[in-house]
Design a protein around this ligand. Structure first.
Ligand code: SF4
Length: 272
């Protein structure tokens, strides 16, 4: 079964409050190296070069054991700003339940007066509602790539089931935490199935929506093809055609999702 062979390591880091290239974010904090969510399309797989060359993405995670101490020193010195958790790992992946690195990093950022933006595929994020409530500047996002949990099992085997993510958004929103949903990457002919229904559910539990396309990069195509061959073999030709330059698939999707969000008064930003 997936996850049975997860290799857990420990590493020490020199810095953890890194500059972020993501719009609206000043910094990113990644308390782990690697990610147990094991998404087939993951763009962060280039992180394998940090001690795990050639290993299966999703089969290892290293805990940055001194991250909290390093963050405390860096956070005290640097100009205050908004911190993304996380950019090349998922801060609430399964190991966080036991190691609590993310929670401890949040405590430091709170003490030092930073803002945070959390984006995760795990309902473990609910554990930290007490901390989120104490931030002046906070937003919590859940990624939802499909309403169909079969798509999640195929492409994001280690992440929380889709219903749990939708429930997490509801609970966060009910607790007064600003929330968003990240619909991305939109997987051709999979993510757009039951899109109306998904947006109906999200309408009263998110403040906004971000939508992104699937990008083929960092060597993710072989894993995507393996998933398609195993779970959706008949879809593979159409799926790959939609990714080609000149395909109208993503421009049509942009038009559709924009209209559906307008109908439901959901602020939306399509980022591709
Ligand atoms: S949750 Fe994010 S970082 Fe983790 S494997 Fe999936 S896409 Fe990559």
């Amino acid at each position: 079964m997936w996850g049975d062979c997860m290799e857990i390591g420990e590493v020490r880091c020199k810095g953890v409050l890194g500059k972020s290239g993501i719009g609206g974010m000043d910094y990113a904090v990644n308390p782990y190296l690697g990610c147990g969510h094991a998404c087939a399309y993951c763009y962060a797989r280039f992180m394998r070069r940090m001690g795990h060359p050639g290993e299966l993405w999703g089969s290892f995670v290293d805990v940055k054991v001194n991250a909290v101490d390093v963050l405390r020193v860096e956070a005290a010195k640097k100009p205050r700003g908004r911190v993304m958790l996380s950019s090349v790992t998922d801060a609430y992946q399964p190991i966080e339940r036991e190691r609590r690195m993310t929670r401890r990093c949040l405590e430091v950022l709170l003490d030092e007066g930073y803002g945070v933006d959390v984006l995760t595929k795990s309902d473990l994020v609910l554990r930290d509602i007490d901390l989120f409530k104490r931030f002046d500047d906070v937003e919590v996002g859940l990624t939802v790539t499909s309403l169909d949990d079969g798509v999640r099992r195929a492409f994001e085997p280690g992440a929380s089931p889709i219903p749990a993510r939708l429930d997490a958004l509801k609970k966060l929103s009910d607790e007064g935490i600003p929330t968003y949903a990240f619909l991305g990457p939109m997987l051709p002919y999979l993510s757009d199935e039951r899109l109306d229904e998904l947006l109906n559910i999200l309408a009263d539990r998110v403040g906004r929506l971000l939508v992104d396309r699937l990008n083929i990069k960092c060597g993710n195509m072989p894993d995507i093809r393996s998933v398609l061959d195993a779970h959706y073999p008949e879809l593979r030709p159409m799926f790959e055609a939609a990714l080609k330059e000149g395909s109208p698939y993503y421009s049509d999707l942009r038009t559709r999702v924009t209209r559906l969000c307008e109908d439901r008064a959901i602020p939306v930003r399509v980022v591709y």
